[in-house]
Design a binder for this molecule. Sequence first.
Ligand code: AMP
Length: 361
Amino acid sequence: MKVGVLGAGQLGRMLALAGMPLGHTFSFYDTAESPCTQSLGPTTVGRFDDEKALAAFAATCDVVTYEFENVPCNAAHAINSKLPVYPPPRALEVSQDRVVEKEFLQSLDIPTPNFRAASSEAELLDAVSAVGTPCVVKTRRLGYDGKGQARVASPDDARRAWRELGGVPLIVEAFVPFTRELSVIGVRGQDGKTKTYPLSFNIHRAGILHRSEIPAPGITPELSREAHQIAAKVLNELQYVGVLAIELFEVGGKLLANEMAPRVHNSGHATIDGSVTSQFENHVRAITGMELGSVVSRCPAVMYNTIGTLPDLTRVETLQNAKIHLYGKEPRPGRKLGHITLVSPSPDDDKALESLIRGAA
Ligand code: AMP
């Protein structure tokens, strides 16, 4: 099938790399040419509010998907009136606004941190006192990788956060003293079958994912079942098709849902080398109407992001179980340039890779 991808970043690249062996072809739509996808298919350059350009792009595709969740909903709906857009545009509506998202999760009896919405400084002060301190204040829209957030412990902090976050609508969340951060990657096919990968254990640095391990160690069968049920509820409620990620906090042996991403996710990159079917292949299988592949781990896998600068790759190459994935981007501070996955990692190799990655940062 001819798969159109809205967005031409590294996720689009890895979707194409997974989908081409299945016989599919790929094209991309983005606001600029991208080094990530240039060798994998043509890119149409246009604005996401240019309905004519989007319609012309869609006319060349059999199915359209997206690789980032801030695709304007109108754009997704406009294309969906002509051909299938997967995941369904409603998934974008739910995940683009953190308040709508948490209300949606709670409507499915999925526990989340306690929260309040605030649209003015006065409402923010009220919300902070209702939720209690410490709390985390986030912009309702367009936050990512820890951007658009502030920790608040006092009314003065709240006033400062109101100014620094730009006076936009906010969500105030109770600070969760989590044991660790996990995520569940789920996939639903066009026939309604759902599968979830073993949980990922995620470590962030400066708000950006640093390390992700699949399967997360020490997961009880109860926790694994709980995660599967959370993902299945969301996937079924949205009549979802494709891969979805839900970020979770593990606290007191239970799971709280932090946020969801209606797309393939950074915390699932280890599935490329560690799982029978990667998250990228399963997304392509789902949106093209194929059977889903097995989500079983072939071996434990640990992924490190390379951010800003690449580590010394000649030294990484000496680690026999390291798999290097570069996205073709020029180095720039804060930019995700690639990732490296260790399969069946020994503790020594894990330490060695982490120190090479940290040395480059
Ligand atoms: P987010 O953009 O919501 O994924 O938040 C980025 C990171 O901030 C998360 O991965 C957590 O490490 C931290 N964080 C977000 N919300 C909370 C919260 N309510 N309590 C504690 N830490 C949080």
